[in-house]
Write a protein that binds this ligand. Sequence first.
Ligand code: ATP
Length: 253
Amino acid sequence: MLEAKGLMVFYENMLALNNIDIKCEAGQIVGVFGANSAGKSTLMYTLSGIMQDIKKKEEMSGGERITVMGEVKYQNETITDLKPSQRARKGIVLCPERRRIFSESSVLENLKIGAYLATRSQAKYTLEYVFKLFPALEKLKKRIGGFLSGGEQQMLAIGRALMAQPKVLLLDEPLLGLSPLMQATLILATREIRDEMNISIIITEQYARPVMPIVDYAFILENGSAVMEGTKEELMDNRDIRAAYFGVEESYT
Ligand code: ATP
């Protein structure tokens, strides 16, 4: 479905992604876990095409040189050179890190903005679905985005991404800074979205533990390199990975 091969991203001379191969099959939830600066957002920007916009902006302002190498394929078609809007039209939709909602627009306006790629009937149906998935949002539909709590903003960010009719949803650190209860709500919602909308999801997080129950396959990124990949069981079998990403303390007795 969505696949990247040999992805390399340099910010000037700094290697942010080092020869990454990643694959997400139809209907899968794939996790990408890594500490701060591991390269998670860089990967999501490269898959969604936003990296091209960042690169262009840097070039126009005479800023740093960004080099992207490797191949991104979607449904066996090479999309490496497609713009983010062209990828979105194919169904590759990014829900970016730190929510990035329109803070001066209402909840409903934010959701409607997300529907720019949807037909009228898709927009109506998806809006109803988003409100069913996150009933809190329906109650807040007239509230200005900037006045929502972090958790509500994240629900809105996911809802807005769903309005764009994704086939592959890229969720970049959706749990960042949220309470364990809100994290659990969002994780259950993520699984429900996959099951109900029958889409694929790639989700990045710093800690694997809250996300692991819903993933089919996962990658561990360290300093831009994929140091391990596998199923939940395969990753849990590795003592170092378990301690670093699952928050499971080792006992040395
Ligand atoms: P976090 O969890 O903190 O968001 P991350 O895993 O998403 O981290 P990235 O944001 O992809 O990591 O960053 C990877 C590395 O690339 C970091 O060292 C970061 O400082 C650097 N980096 C990211 N964006 C740029 C940029 N536009 N210019 C220069 N360096 C960058």
